[in-house]
Design a protein around this ligand. Structure first.
Ligand SMILES: [Cu+2]
Length: 164
């Protein structure tokens, strides 16, 4: 799998260090949360956030928007905050909304936004090691079919802010 290795790109991003690649940088601030749009190797990431967990619930979700300049796929996500991280979609099963793992990952069509949001595609955080509290940051790493690997630090926001 040489293809996977040659395109490998690791970027450490956080709200403190978004000043990368200023030439193509299309950053604009989202005032409603603390994640700033970043662009890495032709992939633009915006509005990333995770939902604060509720009480003792061990699951939560992370959301955001991804746009790639080339056709690609988000094939895996991981984080140190949860034992298992899956890519999910919601489906309408005879009037009942259910979620399930997306087979083969989330498709990114060149220059089209793929939006993960509550009730749609999302990154499922399963078996949290500790509660996710609003105001915290959490790490999230995104693996793409092209071999690109992007590591983010994303804010945890309350469910109220999530749906604004
Ligand atoms: Cu889910």
């Amino acid at each position: 799998m040489h293809k996977l290795l040659t395109g490998l790109c690791v970027a450490l991003l956080s709200i403190q260090s978004v000043a990368m690649d200023k030439d193509h940088h299309k950053s604009h601030h989202h005032q409603s949360n603390s994640f700033v749009t970043v662009e890495v190797e032709g992939i633009v990431l915006s509005n990333f956030r995770a939902r604060a967990s509720i009480g003792q619930m061990k699951n939560s979700g992370a959301y955001g928007e991804i746009q790639s300049t080339t056709n690609d796929r988000l094939i895996r996500a991981s984080s140190s905050v949860a034992a298992v991280v899956e890519l999910h979609e919601h489906i309408n099963d005879d009037g009942i909304m259910r979620m399930r793992e997306v087979e083969g990952g989330l498709v990114l069509k060149a220059n089209q936004s793929m939006i993960m949001k509550p009730g749609g595609y999302h990154i499922m955080l399963i078996s949290l090691h500790k509660p996710l509290k609003a105001g915290d940051m959490m790490d999230l790493s995104l693996q793409f079919e092209s071999g690109k690997l992007i590591e983010l630090s994303i804010p945890v926001v309350s469910i109220k802010k999530m749906h604004h």
